[in-house]
Structures are given as structure tokens and as C-alpha cells.
Write a protein that binds this ligand. Structure first.
Ligand code: SAH
Length: 249
């Protein structure tokens, strides 16, 4: 059996209980060495086979899985954050399906929610935005034209931009299509890791600040009024009734 497990953003405590239990009983762990904390591997059995996938091709990963699956081993494919977001698991699952190998996906804490947590912010502040856009700039992987950042910026929603900090200038240029120059931006580098760094600014000055820090990867860009604005949900208001509480006059 193969388990795609979300390791969370960095801090080893941010894996799910199910994910940790699977790591403890796995015979083979194939982990994304470029992004997953090695600390997770300390929870594996001494005899577990640990394989860094960063130097492997898709075919090689599938081959490794096939070999150990043939020996009835428990295989964990450990991905950073949540595996369903920029995890490149679709192609792996397709490969397994073709080989008739059964698998399960265990979710994880994505870096975008981890970044929201370290900043102590809510993406969905009533009156400001009720929508979160997760996106990226095109890189080796293209982005469909209708989802171009300039296009998305016209919506004005809260945004989390992955895999793009290296080209922060392009990000800002595209975002300026829809957002005002004084729109708040936060860039969180290695959220929840010991060397985490946070850079705050606006679309006007964030490029300089990010350049000063020299972030090239493992950073997420958050954009929107939710970073500084205030709003209030009516959920806890006195005059608001819902299934669990009657309004008080
Ligand atoms: N599945 C992952 C994303 C993988 S793509 C998730 O759910 O978070 C890799 C990108 O995720 C990085 O380029 C960066 O933009 C972001 N990222 C991953 N871990 C991060 C962290 N700890 N802090 C900030 N950004 C992170």
C-alpha cells in the first residue's frame, strides 16, 4: 500500500497524527528532500529504507514504488505542505493506477495556511474578502492564460502566491493591474522553520525588501487587505442567531 502524506510546512509537529503514525510504521519512505524537513525521518523505523526523491525522475519513483509494493511493503511518499497543492502527485497517482497499485492520500498543513498562522491573520475577513486565490507565476510549468496573475488580480481577493518569489518584480507588475499600490503584501520565507523570516510591505515597496533579504525559494507571497484591514464576522454577534445559538436582545 502506498500513502501520499502531507508533511506540513516545516515544523515536524505540524504533520497530522495519521501522517506521523504512517511514518512510524513505514518500511519505505520516499521524501521530497528539497523541501521536507529531515527531522520527520527520525520517527521512522531503524530499518526503514529512506529515499530522497529530489534526484529521481517520475519513472524512477514509480519503479521504486513498484519494487517495494511487490514485496508488500508499506510505502510513504512524503510531500511538503499539503500534497494536493503543487505536489505533482497527479502524475504519480496516474502511474500507480496504471500499475494497479492501491494508494491513499493523507492531507497536510499547506504553507499558505501556515503563513496565515504565523502572521496571525484570517484570509477571509468579512467586508474585505471571502475568497482565497492560490496561484503561481508560470515557470517550467505553464499557467493557463485565463489564470494569469494580472487577470486574477482584478478580482481583488486574498491571495497566496506559491513558487514565484524569485520573480517578485513580475508578480508585483501583474498584481498592479487590479490591486492598488498601497495593497499590503507579506512574504513568508520558510514558514514554521527555525530560520523563518517575514517581510511586510505594500505593492510599492515589497520588491526592494525581498531583494534585500535575498529570498530565492521556499517563500510564499500573501496579498490583500486582509493583512492589515479589520472586519467582523456576524457569527459571534449578539443579534445573530444560528443553529447553535439564539440571538440575545
Ligand atoms: N504542497 C506545498 C507546496 C509545494 S510547492 C504546500 O502545500 O505548501 C513549493 C512552494 O511552496 C515553494 O516555492 C513556496 O512557495 C511554498 N512553500 C513550501 N513550504 C513553505 C514554507 N515553509 N514557507 C513558505 N513557503 C513555502
Amino acid at each position: 500500500m502506498v500513502y501520499f502524506v502531507g508533511a506540513g510546512p516545516g515544523d515536524v509537529d505540524l504533520i497530522t497524527v495519521r501522517g506521523r503514525k504512517l511514518l512510524e510504521k513505514a518500511d519505505v519512505v520516499i521524501y521530497t528532500g528539497s523541501l521536507v524537513s529531515r527531522e520527520h525521518l527520525k520517527f521512522c523505523k531503524k530499518k526503514a529504507v529512506l529515499i530522497d526523491s529530489s534526484g529521481l525522475t517520475l519513472e524512477e519513483i514509480l519503479e521504486v514504488i513498484k519494487t517495494y509494493e511487490g514485496e508488500n511493503k508499506i510505502i510513504v511518499r512524503l510531500h511538503t505542505g499539503d500534497p494536493t497543492i503543487y505536489g505533482a502527485i497527479a502524475e504519480q497517482m496516474e502511474g500507480l493506477q496504471k500499475m494497479g497499485i492501491d494508494y491513499e492520500v493523507v492531507p497536510g498543513v499547506s504553507s499558505f495556511t501556515a503563513a496565515g498562522a504565523v502572521l496571525k491573520k484570517e484570509f477571509t475577513v468579512p467586508g474585505l474578502s471571502q475568497t482565497v486565490i492560490l496561484t503561481r507565476l508560470a515557470g517550467k510549468t505553464p499557467v493557463p492564460e485565463r489564470e494569469d496573475l494580472a487577470q486574477l488580480s482584478k478580482i481583488g481577493a486574498s491571495m497566496a502566491i506559491f513558487l514565484s518569489v524569485k520573480n517578485i518584480e513580475d508578480v508585483v507588475k501583474k498584481l498592479r493591474t487590479g490591486y492598488r499600490e498601497d495593497t499590503p503584501v507579506a512574504v513568508v520565507y520558510k514558514a514554521t522553520w527555525e530560520d523563518q523570516k517575514i517581510v511586510l510591505g505594500t505593492l510599492k515597496n515589497i520588491c526592494d525588501r525581498v531583494r534585500e533579504e535575498g529570498f530565492e525559494s521556499t517563500a510564499i507571497i500573501l496579498v490583500g487587505e486582509f493583512l492589515t484591514g479589520t472586519g467582523k464576522s456576524r457569527l459571534y454577534s449578539k443579534d445573530f442567531s444560528h443553529a447553535f445559538r439564539e440571538a440575545k436582545n
